[in-house]
Design a protein around this ligand. Structure first.
Ligand code: NAD
Length: 281
């Protein structure tokens, strides 16, 4: 049986580190990190995510603001709010919760956030810095996966890493982060021969959004498996993109769903806000 990688425990550790850092910044530099979150419309999942982010920020002693706008807002009004937050010295991190209503160009909004305050790490400048291997704000979920691998004492350099999924928020940045850590990286998508590629992986990261797509028998014995997927099954159960039962028979270490990658994302958002507040990238 694989060792369980406990994302809840690691996330708690990250938050504890951030809290110490916040106290130090307040005491030594009279600086309180500030996180502004913009939510547009009434998407129920967005409401839950934003509430979680705000709660975490408050618990760690940040200043935190939620700007909740009507779904019918004009794009220009939203852009004006982002620009106002860009110019506000008390705001160090700005997060625009996605998805946005269809009449709003999400890429334009993301590109309007100041790259120095882009705590989601989605701005083209930060994406570019990552692909150049330069410091910058990193997308929270893959950043969290790197921390999980570190905590699981998973050696990355020289290992074969396979990332399934190539989204701009998880798969692609994940592959670049693993490459920067000297793994030999393969990125898979819908056209890939998954059983063949997955069998090569010493480190497998899956971010697809298809419940239990990855079968245990595809996995190389001893691989480290990170399941980013969060899928709600018809019976209400939350499952990952990896068939946990069969995969945990083959892997040396694996993240559960829930309790694996999920809790890391907010913790890394808090870390990113500290990085933005201190200019520490
Ligand atoms: P996305 O839909 O933007 O991207 C999915 C990717 O998977 C695409 O690149 C697509 O080509 C690939 N894909 C889809 N079906 C495939 C198949 N059958 N075979 C191979 N590749 C396939 O999704 P995303 O935003 O990257 O999210 C992926 C999953 O991760 C979702 O379940 C999402 O809920 C979850 N997620 C979790 C967190 C977290 O905090 N734990 C954060 C972000 C996303």
């Amino acid at each position: 049986m694989a060792q369980l990688i406990d994302g809840k425990a690691v996330a708690a550790r990250v938050r504890a580190e951030v809290k110490v850092e916040v106290e130090r910044l307040k005491a030594q530099r009279e600086l309180t990190p500030g996180l502004a979150v913009i939510r547009v419309g009434e998407d129920p999942a967005s409401k839950i995510y934003v509430t979680g982010k705000k709660k975490a920020a408050e618990e760690l002693g940040f200043n935190s603001w939620e700007h909740h706008l009507e779904a019918s807002i004009f794009q220009d009004e939203l852009l004006a709010l982002v620009q106002k937050l860009n110019a506000d010295p008390a705001v160090h991190g700005i997060l625009v919760q996605l998805p946005l209503p269809r009449h709003i160009d999400a890429e334009r909004v993301i590109a309007t956030v100041s790259p120095e305050k882009d705590v989601d790490g989605f701005h083209p400048i930060n994406a570019g810095l990552l692909s150049l291997g330069k410091p910058g704000l990193r997308p929270c979920t893959p950043f969290g996966v790197m921390r999980l691998l570190e905590e699981a004492k998973c050696e990355i350099a020289g290992k074969r890493a396979v990332v399934v999924g190539r989204s701009n928020i998880v798969g692609k940045p994940q592959a670049l982060m693993l490459l920067q850590a000297d793994a030999t990286v393969t990125i898979c998508h819908r056209k890939s021969d998954l059983p063949r590629e997955v069998a090569m992986a010493d480190i497998l990261v899956v971010a697809v959004g298809v419940p239990e797509l990855i079968q245990g028998e595809w996995i190389k014995p001893g691989a480290v498996v990170i399941d980013v997927g969060q899928n709600r099954r018809a019976d209400g159960k939350l499952v990952g993109d990896v068939d946990f039962q069969s995969a945990s028979q083959r892997a040396s270490a694996i993240t559960p769903v829930p309790g694996g990658v999920g809790p890391m994302t907010i913790a890394m958002l808090m870390r990113n806000t500290i990085i933005a507040a201190t200019g520490g990238v």
